[in-house]
Design a protein around this ligand. Structure first.
Ligand code: 8YV
Length: 306
């Protein structure tokens, strides 16, 4: 807010719920800049509702699937996002989820909180170790690489798939093998999703993909909910087709597929990937700097090119 107030008047919308489409249209009328969250749908209609003075839409997120970038930039409005600053927080969360689901931490905590009796024995609540296992990363961008680096420290080997191959230095540093998607799904012990949501990645993990995974494999999703067909995932878990899943994001956020909540081998958290004070502060500041740059005629630090 301090950064923004140096360049203009600021109108703060309620934060406790997403605005409805009419409320959003009303809120942006006459604005020169919009600071948007992932649930704000920014398209040609919204740009028209704002008016011809609109110069920039700054998303407080690295993902920008909520923005119709060609439509917005086609109307001469700059789009910006917040890459970089949330890489570590999101990678940390992915590893947290990985440990939770493989070591049954949520299940154990639920048992104690339910004040259930328990006795230590050699077979009690045993999970899966990570040493020597293969982490299959879908999308070896900044976050995927940060997850791979952490997984290497746990003794995992790294394979990846994606639209393009990583640079040779990155592959060498992480000792990461590039595999076609079907082979990655067939061989990974853990599949972790780090791709953006696009028309190509929507339901990338569908019934067939889940059927290709090992029956012992775990799925981690800290990318975007619709990358996974959530109903197919619930069915695959119910039928024991995969070993478990840990999800930070959901297909119809804030709703969570109810069948998932009945399963002990599922970990769910409410879109917490970037939720640290340090990271959220850095994201907000970067979004504000993007706005301030455009409104003062400078180059925004992190512009999204169509
Ligand atoms: C954000 C995210 O917290 O950056 C992203 O793409 O998903 C999260 O880090 C969220 O999008 C808030 O708008």
């Amino acid at each position: 807010l301090e950064v923004l107030r140096q360049v203009g008047d600021v109108h703060v919308c309620p934060q406790d719920r997403p605005l409805t489409a009419p409320e959003l249209r009303e809120a942006v009328r006459g604005a020169h800049a919009i600071v948007a969250m992932l649930h704000d749908r920014i398209d040609a209609d919204l740009v028209a509702a704002a008016g011809p003075q609109l110069q920039v839409v700054a998303n407080v997120a690295v993902g920008y699937d909520n923005i119709d970038v060609p439509a917005v930039t086609g109307r001469g409005v700059i789009v910006a996002n917040t890459p970089g600053v949330l890489v570590d927080a999101t990678a940390d969360l992915a590893i947290g989820l990985l440990l939770m689901v493989t070591r049954r931490l949520g299940e154990g905590e639920r048992l104690l909180r339910a004040r259930q009796p328990w006795t230590f024995h050699l077979g009690f609540m045993v999970g899966t170790g990570l040493q020597g296992k293969t982490l299959g990363i879908v999308g070896l961008g900044d976050i995927g690489q940060a997850v791979a680096r952490r997984a290497r420290a746990f003794g995992m080997s790294v394979a990846y798939t994606g639209r393009r191959r990583a640079a040779a230095e990155v592959e060498a540093e992480l000792d990461a093998r590039f595999l076609p998607q079907d082979e990655l799904l067939r061989t990974a012990d853990v599949v972790s999703l780090h791709c953006p949501l696009t028309e190509q990645t929507r339901h990338l993990i569908d019934e067939a993909a889940l059927a290709a995974m090992k029956p012992t494999a775990f799925l981690i999703n800290t990318s975007r909910g619709p990358v996974v067909d959530e109903r197919a995932l619930a069915k695959a878990l119910q039928e024991g087709q995969i070993g478990g899943a840990a999800l930070d994001v959901f297909e119809r956020e804030p709703e969570v597929e109810p069948a998932l909540l009945d399963l002990d081998n599922v970990v769910v958290v409410p879109h917490l990937g970037s939720a640290t004070t340090e990271t959220r502060t850095a994201m907000a500041e970067l979004a504000a700097r993007n706005v301030a740059a455009v409104l003062t005629g400078a180059e925004p630090p992190t512009q999204v090119r169509p």
